[in-house]
Design a binder for this molecule. Structure first.
Ligand SMILES: C[S@@+](CC[C@H](N)C(=O)[O-])C[C@H]1O[C@@H](n2cnc3c(N)ncnc32)[C@H](O)[C@@H]1O
Length: 279
C-alpha cells in the first residue's frame, strides 16, 4: 500500500512507565514519556499518509469497528492502540456502540498534538501498556500497528493486551494478508502530493522472515527532506492464529475485507477478532 499506512518503522524504543493501580481513563491526555523520537512516525508519516486517507475509507473502517464491538457485553473502556491522529477514535467515541468509551494510545507527540477533538488519549508505548490488569473491555489496532516490532516483542505486546482486558474482552486487528505481500515482494513509487511535496518509497518483502522493509523520503516544497525506514511483520493467517492463541486469545472471526468477506486470494485486508480466553 503506497502511503495509506501499511508500512512503517519501529526501530525506536521508549521508556513508558505504567500508570499502575488507580489509573483512570478519563483524563484528556496523559504524558508518560520524556519525548522519545520516532524516526518514521510523526511528521513524515503524517504528511505522507494523511493525503491518502479519504473520508470514505475512514468511514468504512469506523463502521466495521462499530459493528465489531456492537455485541460486546463487557463494560469499560476500549483502547485504540497506535491511534495516530485519531481518525477512528474520534468518530467511535462520538456516537454508536462505543460512544464515550474510546481512549487513544499513541507514542508520537505530533500525532497527539494534531489529533482530532473528542476523545481522550494517553501517550505511551504499545509495549508497556499503562492500564490496570483486567481494566479494559476491548482494544483495536488498525494498519498493522501492533506488528512493527520483533516477533518476541509481538508476543510480549499481545500478552500485555491480554493482561489489560477483562474476561470476555475483545481485540480487533487489521493488517494485510501475507500472500498479498508475497505476490508482489518489491514495490517502489514516486508521486507528488497536493501540497507539491515529492514522495518516494521503496520496499521489499522477505517472505521467509515475513517482514516488509522500506524507506520513505518526502521532499517538501521548500527543499526540506524527511526520510525514514520502517519494517512490518506480516504473519500468514495460520501463524497469526497461533500467535493469538499462544498469547491468551481465542479467534472469533477472520475477514478478508470491511464488508466481512471471507478471506480469499484477492483479499486486500486481513481483519481478525479475538476474545480473551477464559482460564
Ligand atoms: C500505521 S499508524 C496507524 C495510525 C492509526 N491507527 C490509523 O489507522 O490512522 C501506526 C501508529 O502507531 C504509532 N506507534 C508507533 N510505534 C509506537 C509505539 N511504540 N507505541 C505507541 N504507538 C506507536 C505511530 O506513531 C502511528 O501513529
Amino acid at each position: 500500500m503506497p502511503c495509506a499506512g501499511s508500512r512503517w518503522d519501529s526501530r525506536e524504543g521508549s521508556d513508558a512507565r505504567s500508570l499502575g493501580e488507580g489509573a483512570a481513563c478519563d483524563s484528556p491526555m496523559w504524558v508518560l514519556h520524556a519525548a522519545p523520537v520516532l524516526s518514521f512516525f510523526g511528521e513524515l508519516y503524517l504528511r505522507s499518509t494523511l493525503p491518502f486517507l479519504s473520508e470514505e475509507t475512514t468511514a468504512r473502517e469506523v463502521a466495521y469497528l462499530a459493528r465489531s464491538f456492537q455485541g460486546l457485553r463487557v463494560p469499560g473502556p476500549v483502547v485504540d492502540l497506535g491511534c495516530g491522529h485519531g481518525r477512528h477514535a474520534a468518530r467511535l467515541n462520538a456516537r454508536g456502540p462505543l460512544a464515550g468509551r474510546v481512549l487513544g494510545l499513541e507514542l508520537d507527540e505530533q500525532s497527539l498534538q494534531e489529533r482530532l477533538p473528542g476523545f481522550p488519549a494517553v501517550r505511551a508505548d504499545l509495549r508497556s501498556l499503562p492500564f490496570r490488569t483486567g481494566s479494559l473491555a476491548g482494544a483495536y489496532a488498525w494498519y498493522s500497528s501492533l506488528f512493527i516490532f520483533s516477533d518476541e516483542e509481538h508476543v510480549a505486546l499481545l500478552r500485555e493486551v491480554a493482561r489489560c482486558l477483562k474476561p470476555g474482552g475483545l481485540l480487533v486487528l487489521q493488517t494485510v494478508p501475507y500472500e498479498r505481500l508475497a505476490s508482489q515482494p518489491e514495490a517502489s513509487f514516486s508521486t507528488r502530493l497536493p501540497d507539491g511535496s515529492l514522495l518516494e518509497e521503496r520496499s521489499r518483502f522477505d517472505a521467509v522472515r515475513g517482514r516488509d522493509e522500506a524507506t520513505r523520503k518526502l521532499t517538501r516544497p521548500d527543499g526540506r527532506v524527511l526520510s525514514g525506514h520502517y519494517a512490518i511483520r506480516y504473519y500468514p493467517l495460520a501463524d497469526l492464529t497461533q500467535l493469538l492463541e499462544f498469547t491468551g486469545f481465542s479467534l472469533r472471526w477472520v475477514h478478508g475485507g470491511l464488508e466481512e468477506e471471507r478471506p480469499s486470494d484477492t483479499s486486500t485486508d486481513l481483519v481478525v477478532g479475538a476474545e480473551l480466553r477464559h482460564g
